[in-house]
Design a protein around this ligand. Structure first.
Ligand code: ATP
Ligand code: MG
Length: 249
């Protein structure tokens, strides 16, 4: 079953077409990676999927329903959660509070603007606790986000996405800027989440992509130039050209 689909989706910024007629279908339960050189339009595609801005044309279908033009906060409630290419945590909040805010914001316990101490929302608290557990940070939940390492901040970001109880998890370069050791940890985490969530992964590190993906879509100058299994993509001459600047490998 397809859980997420784009049909000929296009996004132009003035004269620049960042995403150009992309039709993509994500199978429920799969790990589907999006790769492509810098500026290919990968992050812009995520911004379209999450409703950060509407597409110039084309449509987005999530769980059989058209969601094109739906604002970002509504899309988060429908179950599309993302992590960002750059770290986006609240540095002065504890890890728990960072995860709790995400759980609360997308939870059913939202009750107008009435504010209560976080202890008053057991469902959000439990989701926050579980999300920190899933990324291996439950032992540090009372620490402030600014006190943990860069690698742990990326793990926290993942926890923030998980706390929103997503059905599809969009990960934009979760291993960006990580040391080899931290990268291994992150890859293990993504592997552990595979199967529990439908995951769409943007990543530059090819060894990661080739080892975790069920399917790979390749973007180049805003367009989709190939789609297939890791084995098919590795052999694809057009993909090799896109990456090697015209030198066929
Ligand atoms: N909000 C925006 N306004 C104007 N141009 C934008 C905007 N967002 C992205 N672009 C442009 O769209 C193109 C695609 O950018 P995008 O960030 O989607 O690429 P990417 O594939 O994620 O690249 P990278 O691998 O470097 O993260 C780039 O030329 C970028 O400068
Ligand atoms: Mg990007």
């Amino acid at each position: 079953m397809k859980i997420l689909e784009t049909r000929k989706i296009t996004k132009s910024f003035g004269a620049l077409t960042a995403v150009n007629g992309v039709s993509l279908a994500i199978e429920a339960g799969s790990l589907h990676s999006i790769i492509g050189p810098n500026g290919a339009g990968k992050t812009t595609l995520f911004n379209l999927l999450t409703g950060t801005f509407p597409p110039t044309s084309g449509s987005i279908i999530f769980d059989q329903k058209e969601i094109t033009g739906t604002p970002a906060n509504r899309i988060a409630h429908l179950g599309l959660a993302r992590s960002y290419q750059r770290t986006t945590v609240f540095p002065a909040f504890s890890l728990f509070d960072n995860a709790w805010v995400a759980a609360f914001a997308t939870g059913k316990s939202w009750n107008g603007l009435m504010w209560k101490p976080s202890g008053g929302f057991p469902e959000a608290s439990e989701r926050a606790r579980q999300a920190l557990h899933d990324v291996g940070l439950e032992g540090k939940s009372t620490q402030l986000a600014r006190e943990i390492s860069h690698g742990e901040q990326r793990q926290l970001e993942l926890a923030i996405a998980l706390a929103a109880a997503p059905r599809v998890l969009l990960l934009d370069e979760p291993a960006a800027g990580l040391s080899p050791d931290e990268t291994r940890k992150m890859v293990a985490l993504v592997r552990a989440l595979k199967g529990r969530y439908t995951i769409v992964l943007i990543e530059h590190k090819m060894d990661i992509i080739m080892s975790v993906s069920d399917r790979i879509s390749v973007m180049h100058f805003g367009s989709l130039i190939a789609e297939g299994t890791p084995g098919e993509i590795q052999k694809n001459p057009e993909v090799r050209r896109a990456y090697l600047g015209g030198v066929a490998a």
